[in-house]
Design a protein around this ligand. Sequence first.
Ligand code: NAP
Length: 242
Amino acid sequence: MKVALVTGAGRGIGKAIASSLASSGHFVICVSKSETSCQGAADEINQSGGKAVAMAVDVSNSAEVKAASEQILSDYERVDILVNNAGITKDGLLFRMTDEDWESVLQTNLNSCFYWTRNLARPMTRKRWGRIINISSVIGLVGNAGQANYAAAKAGMIGFTKSLAKEFAGRSVTVNAIAPGFIETDMTTSMDDSAQKHILGAIPLKKMGTSQDIAEMTKYLSSDSANYITGQVFTVDGGMVM
Ligand code: NAP
């Protein structure tokens, strides 16, 4: 049984990824900021016959991630599949963007990937098998007015992915990114009707994606079927970015 860790597993895309990895037979460590959220996701997996535990960790805090990683390595010896999915948005046009808006988005979306990967990748390289999957965004590929902080973080995740793919390739640890388009989750349902209508007009498949669409790609990239794929960015976006 492989050990998978999914950040932001309490809701939305991360929850679907955690559940899909559990259905593939993996033991899943569900991480989110609030205890209730990750515990709820782990309980659902356990109730449906899978195996999961919950850990509340603030992924933007280096010391918390280090302590959690040490606990995980002591309890389970390794993480075979790491999915860096936790993320937030704090949108605003540049002249109105505060230092806090900038720093918290970079810390939560990008620095968190560095913290988890630095703490958990070594056992993967020793075992000569591992999967690191970073959930970026199409916004990191094409940018978006009002999202300079988020776009910078998501583009940063892509550079991080490609560099580590090169660094770990000799050890058969693959590192890939997924760039979702507009997916129906708490992050997008707060948008007003006219913004949603505008976005739908830009999606060739004429519908928002589901968390399951992203979970399917993650499941594939974490499997042995994707042995020969590394350093890639997969857009799952209904054809928005071609
Ligand atoms: P969501 O529904 O808002 O869920 C975000 C998850 O991240 C929650 O479980 C939350 O924990 C966790 N999280 C946030 N800050 C955290 C922190 N500091 N420490 C630990 N966990 C934290 O988001 P989503 O829509 O599923 O998005 C998931 C990922 O996909 C994000 O990286 C997002 O940028 C990316 N993405 C989403 C879309 C989209 O359209 N939805 C498109 C492209 C990319 P709690 O549950 O405890 O609050």
